[in-house]
Design a protein around this ligand. Sequence first.
Ligand SMILES: *[C@@H]1O[C@H](CO)[C@@H](O)[C@H](O)[C@H]1NC(C)=O
Ligand SMILES: *[C@@H]1O[C@H](CO)[C@@H](O)[C@H](O)[C@H]1NC(C)=O
Ligand SMILES: *[C@@H]1O[C@H](CO)[C@@H](O)[C@H](O)[C@H]1NC(C)=O
Length: 297
Amino acid sequence: MISSMVTLVFIAALMAATYYASEAAATSKGSFEDNFSIMWSENHFTTSEDGQIWFLSLDKETGCGFQTKQRYRFGWFSMKLKLVGGDSAGVVTAYYMCTENGAGPTRDELDFEFLGNRTGQPYLIQTNIYKNGTGNREMRHMLWFDPTQDYHTYSILWNNHQIVFFVDRVPIRVFKNNGKANDFFPNEKPMYLFSSIWNADEWATRGGLEKTDWKKAPFVSSYKDFSVDGCQWEDPYPECVSTTTKNWWDQYDAWHLSDSQKLDHAWVLRNLVIYDYCKDTERFPTLPVECSLSPWD
Ligand SMILES: *[C@@H]1O[C@H](CO)[C@@H](O)[C@H](O)[C@H]1NC(C)=O
Ligand SMILES: *[C@@H]1O[C@H](CO)[C@@H](O)[C@H](O)[C@H]1NC(C)=O
Ligand SMILES: *[C@@H]1O[C@H](CO)[C@@H](O)[C@H](O)[C@H]1NC(C)=O
């Protein structure tokens, strides 16, 4: 495990240097207000003095959330997060894309959720996908670092062929489109990007067995280096047509993992997956159709 971790970090560093060279250009150095608005509890949001680091805090009263002003359809979406440290059981930091500002019955959604834990116990990262209001596509992974110590990069690549969740540029989850209409692949509606912090001790901690320790509040998650290389949606005309392949994220190389990403992904599948809905035949006596698609195609 340790030696493959070293290899992995090395590969990841190489990838960082070469693979998405265009990303730096899109990193937003503007102010928070240029691209985001607060969804709720303005007074639980603060920034560093220079405005480049953002803090969301949760206390017994309320959490806090922000969202982009723009919607996007397809692209590369990335942000650095540092999660709540110490005893954070029950605290969930969500970082996600969604077609609407709310849990509406026809929404599409791509989720990263970070589940806090007791001091010294590892954080798990949960990912999920919704299409037209239906989710139930959970995976849970361990991480190969402590996400509360430093900033790490969490990214989503989304095109009409695949959705890939990356952690520090390592593809932890690949979700393929089988190209059939009405199958489970969100590709029609543009999405906002969101993040929020909230109390989920009803379900996140062993089904609600452990409660959030409010003596440890406020719980704070930190953000920086928001970056989008994607198609900004303009109403009413749908600008973001993937078939033009004008943009790198729609082009052939982004339809599947590169060879080095395949190595990384194989390592993740061998070592870090805690839960995969596609293996849960108790829950799904008939597995959802997309479970038969291969991440290696
Ligand atoms: C951020 O906001 C600026 C100013 O409104 C805009 O020009 C830019 O396109 C936005 N960036 C993204 C990634 O939406
Ligand atoms: C907390 O850590 C333990 C392992 O020590 C793990 O079994 C449990 O699933 C973790 N809880 C969450 C919510 O991540
Ligand atoms: C989306 O779900 C709604 C009900 O929740 C349903 O009426 C509608 O037909 C669905 N749309 C598609 C395209 O499946």
